[in-house]
Design a protein around this ligand. Structure first.
Ligand code: PXP
Length: 249
């Protein structure tokens, strides 16, 4: 069993690229945002290279790999194209996410239980290349057990449903989802998996997730980039880190 460590913050910079791409210009530059996030105390940078390249580009990944001192968590779908890109760059971590062209964001977790054999073969070369393989899944026992069986190092628990229920004011259902996240973080840790969490987290929703002792990393993007419009990226990240630290006591 792994020790329960401190809580790291991975800053997802996808939506800096979304704003850049809205005009087809060179700015705002996600690599500059990544460097600022580093100055602000981020522990890692997350970027999702989507099949349709709607935000992060291949050049962004190359630029992050060549200039960034922080570890890169490279989010990608389980496709041959993405596997080849990951093997070329060998980022610190590869987070396998489900991807549908028509979705606005990553809507659910990966169905590892249904695709176990293929995913076991898919992640083996990534592991051999030295990448920590993380699987983005719902807080579900069958998915966590399957992630452990295929040899993933990490599971990232999808907090999107919990955050949506909070935003809708459906507090009973939100608390049920939180209870599920709590139990499943403990199960994943007991199975020897490193536990991360992310998606949809805000200042209002981060604390109950950050207190879960098995979780060692939160990956947060959309809210922080939005908040940066109002208070700047560095103060936005500082406030998130403060809430995370307070939650850990
Ligand atoms: N973790 C994973 C696996 C994701 O796919 C995303 C969204 O790209 C995030 C974390 C960050 O979610 P958000 O941008 O809603 O903070």
């Amino acid at each position: 069993m792994q020790p329960v460590g401190d809580l790291r913050l991975g800053v997802n910079i996808d939506h800096v690229a979304t704003v850049r791409n809205a005009r087809g210009s060179a700015y705002p530059d996600p690599i500059r945002a990544a460097k600022l996030a580093q100055e602000a105390g981020a522990d890692g940078i997350t970027a999702h290279l989507r099949e349709d390249r709607r935000h992060i580009s291949d050049a962004d990944i190359a630029g992050l790999m060549s200039t960034l001192e922080l570890p890169l968590n490279f989010e990608m779908a389980a496709t041959d194209e993405m596997q080849a890109i990951a093997l070329r760059h060998r980022p610190h971590a590869v987070c396998i996410v489900p991807e549908k062209r028509e979705e606005r964001t990553t809507e659910g977790g990966l169905d590892v239980a249904r695709d176990e054999n293929r995913l076991a073969h898919f992640i083996a070369p990534l592991r051999d290349a030295g990448c920590r393989v993380s699987i983005f899944i719902a807080a579900d026992r069958a998915q966590i057990e399957a992630a452990a069986r295929i040899g993933a190092a990490v599971v990232e628990l999808h907090t999107g449903a919990y955050c949506d229920l909070h935003a809708e004011g459906a507090f009973d259902k939100r608390d049920e989802e939180l209870a599920r996240l709590t139990d499943m973080a403990a199960l994943a840790h007991d199975l020897g998996l490193e536990v991360h969490a992310g998606h949809g987290l805000t200042y209002d929703t981060v604390t109950p997730i950050a207190v879960l002792p098995q979780i060692v990393e939160l990956n947060i993007g959309h809210f922080l980039i939005g908040e940066a419009i109002f208070r700047g990226l560095v103060p936005a990240i500082h406030e998130m880190r403060r809430l995370m630290q307070d939650a850990r006591g």
